[in-house]
Design a protein around this ligand. Sequence first.
Ligand code: ADP
Ligand code: MG
Length: 254
Amino acid sequence: MNFLKLEGIHHSYFSKSTATTALSDISLEVGEGEFISFLGPSGCGKTTLLSIIAGIIKPTEGIVTLENKPIRKTGNSIGYMLQQDYLFPWKTIEENILLGLKLGKNLNSRNKAYTLDLLHQMGLKGFEAQYPKQLSGGMRQRVALVRTLSTEPKLLLLDEPFSALDYQTKLNLEDLVSNTLKSFKKTAILVTHDIGEAIAMSNRIYLFSARPGRIFQIFTVPRELRELSPFHARNHESFSEIFQTIWKELDSIE
Ligand code: ADP
Ligand code: MG
């Protein structure tokens, strides 16, 4: 299972007069093609941990390896998607989705066609020449997902990408993201504070304790749920059982 490996991660933020320990003693492994979630109370260090995995923050202690190589040397094999879509308002949808390839000087006819095809798969054919403000929040998140996938990253980091959306849009997008990632066999880590979303989308859920964040408990999602789309998983009888279990645990740490 040596695809992504975190060993003994600790992280503190330092200012002149204070030190904030955000994470303590995090070790975990993610296999290729797995979808996992980090669930936990606000401020427990989930975003910090994603930034460490992305190589944006160097942890105070510990190492992260992707395919046995230290994370900083892996270049653009990691895609990051956030709650805000960060699309450039003055660029068209097509310019926005091709930006990552352009910045990496990798834009060619093959991956341009691949990216436009993804946009069409996301139900956004015909929107290429429009601007972000002409699209709804859910549509903009789909554009952001296309941009994230355009560089064909090996690992996707999703930091609460659905939390600013209305419920219906969020459920639709969960299905779309889940199906897309499954079909490409992508490895992904989702940060969420929504228990249902974590259960509906993941193979495994890491529940974090409050600050400093530690792994409090690990839940394996039953296979019968994993085989369903998130929407159908939410309606399966095993769903409420695992939901209640996690709810009680989360309640005990908040
Ligand atoms: P989460 O994403 O789980 O809400 P974060 O990783 O954003 O948590 O934050 C974890 C802790 O670290 C919080 O107490 C937060 O205030 C602190 N923190 C986050 N970023 C910084 C920073 N740049 N400087 C100082 N403290 C920070
Ligand atoms: Mg966060």
